[in-house]
Structure formats: structure tokens, C-alpha cells
Design a protein around this ligand. Sequence first.
Ligand code: 13P
Length: 251
Amino acid sequence: MKRRPLLAGNWKMHKTVLEAYSLATEIEKCSAGLEDRDVILAPPFTAIHEVAKVLKDSCVEVAAQNVCWEEQGAFTGEISPEMLKSAGATAVIIGHSERRQIFHEDNEIINKRMKGALKFDLMPIFCIGETLEERESDKTFEVLEEQLRKGLTGIRSLEMKKTVLAYEPVWAIGTGKTATKEQAQEVHAFIRKLIAEMFEKDIADSVRILYGGSVKPDNVDELMAQPDIDGALVGGAALDAESFCRIINFI
Ligand code: 13P
């Protein structure tokens, strides 16, 4: 089945409003005419509104890097789905390994965030991935299965159709050490098979699974050529207009 490629840039905790404005402006230019793929930028919360304004007449969408499950209230430091939508976001990254590891977000809290995003019609980009230690002790598939089953608990088929998955091996993030295309393909095929078991085959066939972890201009083409890799979630290389432009123009 042909799935529409999706290239997303996760800016993490980088870029002031002014810097975000200029990077988004350059990406807006080089995304013109890309009709066969989707492009998403995920700036920090503080720049979402500015970036969305720059991109309003383009095909590039804006994502947040996290979301609360509540509508409003006493949740200091959190941002609600409606707030994100009012700032111009249409998608949100959930369960990134930096949230899991540094900020101790567990599968249960990530599941709540997933439900919050879906309830308010934000497209979740749900991230999973194993650490180096887990890979070396042959726990990769076990860990991924647990992250998927717990993170997607209670998600209905109709909601799953609106969800994007991202496989980001923790050992490949920001390390320059990309998973080989074979390693990534093997995991993506495993994820798709599990989604077929948890939901339905047609959902597994249509769900987009992005790869993330040291995606660069010089490895994007071979990764995107794998049958179960439908896109990329890019960190470092998304902070530079030239390299991200090359990535979104993958062949
Ligand atoms: P790098 O591309 O810098 O390895 O980061 C990947 C990532 O975490 C994207 O969400």
C-alpha cells in the first residue's frame, strides 16, 4: 500500500521567536511545490503562533512537542489542546524519548496525552524507541510492544487512523549513529504487524510510521526507500534550512 510520506522537523528546545520566524520562512520557500508528501515543523511552544503565521499559505503544518489532556485548569506548566490549536498547531509529538527519560513521563501519562490530543482533533505523532541497553540485552521488541500497547490503550480504530507513529531508537538520537536501513525496516515491519493485531489490518496498512534518529541529508533517501518507512522525524538536521530542505526533497 502506498502511504503519503511525512517529514517532520522536531526543533526541540531551540530557536527564539525571531530565529523561528527566519527558519520557517526559508522552509516555506523550499517546500513550495511538494505535492506528494506532507511536511510538519514542531517548534517550541513559544514560537508556534509565529511559525503558523509564516506557514499559513503553504502546505507545511505545525506541531507542538507535547500536550496536556485537560481542557483548562490548575495544571501549571502545561498547555491544552485548544491552546495549541488556537496558536495554529494541527499536530503534536507525544511520548518523545526525551520526555520519557529526562522528565519521567511513563506509558500511562503518555496514554492520557494521546487521548487528549485525539479528543480535540490534534494529530498525534506517537514516539516509541528502545535504549542501547535494551537493544543489547535483546529487549527491543518487548519494550516497543509495551510502549505501543500501554500508550495506545483505549484508542479506538477511528482514532488510530488519525495517528502517526514514530520509531526513534534512543541510541540513535543526536548521536550521529543512525540505525541501519535494515535495522529500522525490521522494527517498522514489527510495529506494523503489531498494529494489525491490536487494531485491523487496513489500519496497519495505512498507518504512517516515521523513523527518527540522526536522519541527515545523506541517509534520508535510503531510509525512505524501505517498504515500511513512511517518513522521518528529524532533530538536529531540521534546525538548518539547507539540510532540512534537502531532507524534505528526498528522492
Ligand atoms: P536527531 O535527528 O538529532 O538525532 O533527533 C531525532 C529526534 O529526536 C527527533 O525527534
